[in-house]
Design a protein around this ligand. Structure first.
Ligand code: FES
Length: 361
């Protein structure tokens, strides 16, 4: 809460705070922390354990929440050690439900996913942004749909399945869910409930690490696709999972209509190129020069040095991290393309320094 010494300690912030919206938020927040006229705040009303390393947060948003479409993701902002951090999570609930849900799996080294799993409890408040994303069903539904999910990539697919169930979908849906082991199946009981209640869904769990009798094991292959689909070309395909699974799916499904959503694990998108030495990055707004190794994204290398530019998804989707590069060359890690030396806007979460740089930060 903003208190009296705030006026002296942070005069710039105080001036900003004089905006009418901030005042209203301040006063409303005194009545109920969820109340706001500027920000979607959501109260955690339940926390459900899905697996040993994944939890579902059930959220009650305030009146500013405008809804979402099944399959979309939402920016979630929380404060960790005095620093506001934002990450994107798919909504695992569907729009017809009274409350929203996000399901978050811990990622090795993931600041926010670990914090949520360890610390967020009933009664806490999260800040939500506007939902977005194209991983949604078309208006005219196909008659046959194949979902390929990997790990926590099940979350938007779960939302879509619930929506199809609510719409009493009359077509056929096959879900191939690739996961390490039986115990790692996220949203397991809910998925089984959909299978029981709705006649359209067939689910096959495929375990990559711990085989189980009666189930397939391994990764996505042509044989698995052939085993569980009849005439693959007749399906609309939706893929959500880690990069290698998506690449494989796209290569096996050439000629199919495929929609995909990428779930990146920390470090997964980055081309690890061994470099020697450092490059200078001049931050023109703060008149500071720092040295980076050019081994990871600029965002990560700046954060390592205590500089925290705005960021959101950290995977090249939301554009929150866009900043002007006035000089120098970077590699776009999502495409592997090296930029020209001149002025352009870059996404620093997916850009790696190739030369000395000047950034408008
Ligand atoms: S943080 Fe979302 S695009 Fe960079």
């Amino acid at each position: 809460m903003k208190t009296f010494p705030f006026i002296y300690n942070q005069p710039k912030e105080f001036l900003k705070f004089l905006q009418p919206g901030d005042w209203a938020d301040f006063l409303l927040g005194e009545i109920n922390p969820r109340f706001s006229v500027t920000t979607v705040k959501a109260k955690v009303i339940a926390v459900r354990e899905e697996t040993a390393d994944a939890k579902t947060l059930v959220l009650k948003p305030n009146w500013l929440w405008k809804g979402f479409v099944s399959g979309q993701h939402v920016p979630v902002t929380i404060e960790i050690a005095g620093r506001r951090v934002t990450r994107f999570y798919s909504l695992s609930s569907f729009p017809g439900e009274k409350y929203l849900s996000i399901t978050v799996k811990r990622q090795a080294g993931g600041l926010v996913s670990n914090f949520i799993n360890q610390n967020i409890k009933k009664g806490d408040l999260l800040e939500l942004g506007e939902p977005s994303g194209e991983f949604v069903l078309p208006k005219v539904l196909p008659s046959k749909i194949l979902f390929l999910a990997g790990g926590s990539g099940i979350t938007p697919i779960h939302s879509i399945l619930k929506q199809l169930q609510a719409n009493q979908f009359k077509g056929k849906v096959t879900l191939l869910y690739f996961v390490r082991s039986y115990e790692d199946i996220i949203l397991h009981s809910s998925l089984e409930e959909i299978v029981k209640a709705a006649g359209f869904l067939e689910i096959r769990y495929i375990f990559s690490d711990v085989p189980r009798e009666g189930f397939d094991s391994g990764f996505l292959t042509k044989e698995i696709l052939q085993k569980y689909t009849d005439d693959i070309k007749s399906y609309s395909v939706y893929v959500c999972g880690p990069g290698p699974m998506q690449t494989k799916a796209l290569s096996l499904l050439e000629g199919n209509e495929v929609k995909s959503e990428l779930f990146l694990l920390p470090g997964q998108s980055q081309l690890k190129v061994k470099k020697t030495g450092t490059v200078d990055v001049f931050l023109s707004l703060s008149h500071k020069t720092i040295q980076v190794k050019g081994e990871r994204s600029l965002l990560e290398e700046l954060e390592d040095q205590g500089i925290y530019p705005p960021s959101g998804c950290r995977m090249g989707i939301c554009h929150t991290c866009v900043c002007k590069k006035s000089a120098g060359s970077v590699t776009d890690l999502s495409k592997g393309e090296v930029s020209e030396l001149g002025e352009e806007n870059i996404q620093i979460c997916i850009s790696r320094a190739e030369s000395n740089l000047e950034l408008e930060l």
